[in-house]
Design a protein around this ligand. Sequence first.
Ligand code: BES
Ligand code: MN
Ligand code: ZN
Length: 501
Amino acid sequence: MVGIIVTQEDVFHSDSRFIAMGIFKDDIDSFTLDQFNNDAENLKKDVISKGEFKGNFGDACLLHINNHKAVTKIFLVGLGKKKDFTHESARLLAGKVVQKVKELGSREFSLALMNELSNDFLSSLVEGLKLADYSFNKYKTDKIKNYQNEVENAFIIASDDNEGLEKIARQASIISDAVNFARDLGNLPPNDCSPSDLARFAAEAGNLPNVDVSVIEYDELRSRELNGIIAVGGGSNHLPKLITMEYFGTKDKEVRCLLVGKAVTFDTGGISLKPSEKMDEMKFDKCGGCNVIAIIKAIAELCLPINVVGIIPAVENMPSGSSYRPGDIIKMYNGKTVEVGNTDAEGRIILADALSYGVKTYSPAAIIDMATLTGASIIALGSNVAALLGNDPRLVDKLIYAANQSGEKLWQLPIFEEHEEQMKSSIADMKNIGGRSAGAITAAVFLSNFVDSTPWVHLDIAGTAWFQEGSSEKSYIPKGATGFGIRTMVRLLMEMSNSQA
Ligand code: BES
Ligand code: MN
Ligand code: ZN
């Protein structure tokens, strides 16, 4: 795990062997490297005069420096025009630098954004560095050969000496580490991540001050009549669990936010079996739940003054003699009845019980759920944007604001009465499927029946939870689970903890 050190030392006096320098297009004619030595300056002049480096965003050029006491490589990266530079640019750039450092096998490097490092870009740089450094090696046995080139330290060169910088870097590190932790969980194969494994990982992650993790086991799920979770989990030899993580960061009783995350450790579709093509990707159907575990971990490490509860219904959706069936009618935890039209629409059923259990137990001021809920959300918005739906415009706006800052793209879909019609059943209170049209919306309509009047937002992360067909390449987003949504949520909770209402 790369360590981040913010330093005020002049880049030209750095004793790193590898220096990455971000250069704005505006400065392409004026910046000089002769403060290192003549050799560096001549190499720079050469690449610029030959048009190999123009300072455009995404340009990159590696200079091999001779005759310097420390520096052997200068990696010039183009930042584009100053006026176009954003947080997302900073994350992409930092990610690109880490990729290069790893490729070249350096253990340490310094990164300088020439004269333009505002506090705000610092957090994005840290995120880019840490998120791009991620790799999932747990199952590679040839570790020494392949992974000896771990990057140990990144020195970020700050332009002004501001006391707040350390804290900003530390917070961004905690958040990025939480994202990487969620990726580690999400990437686990289904044979190593059953509902009980996940419960164990949650307990380990929640071993922090002010966090209390508990697991409702099968017998208790039955006696409490959490029948939606019981039904969906019934087909698997691995029993379902309901994991709760309570974080009380303040002395008062009120739970400001309830987080609910879908954790289907493997989704075969059940009796409504999925086709085998890409079925392996359904190991990522637990990512919503993994994210919630990571969010609680992050806010506890940040010691946010806010009370938040995470609830993760964990099941495996399997076909067997004990599976629930199409045609079954389930009496849910809140007493409403659901006619099962398709056992592959399982996420909404377990979320529904978790939502109503959370509302009843904690009376939260707000609820946010995250789930790889529908293929329809991918059809609607693609694999780089998550769908957002909710019943409270103020909460919706807060999420969209936080998402704009984190660079995680969310787009709101509507819920109209006509959509509600689609979920009606002739023999029960509702069905679990609403036909082919508006599938992401009807899934949210289903959930809306289980939150009472609590302000609630649902994030359908089916397209964004892992790198999949249609995902666009980004330096800081690796293959596999992405942790999408965590940075937005932690930002939102930071905002909420700063304000009263
Ligand atoms: N986990 C899937 C949704 C999913 C599919 C996520 C593909 C990511 C990629 C969910 O449980 C599911 O199977 N949904 C069905 C619902 C349908 C039966 C109404 C779907 O989207 O096809
Ligand atoms: Mn399914
Ligand atoms: Zn699913």
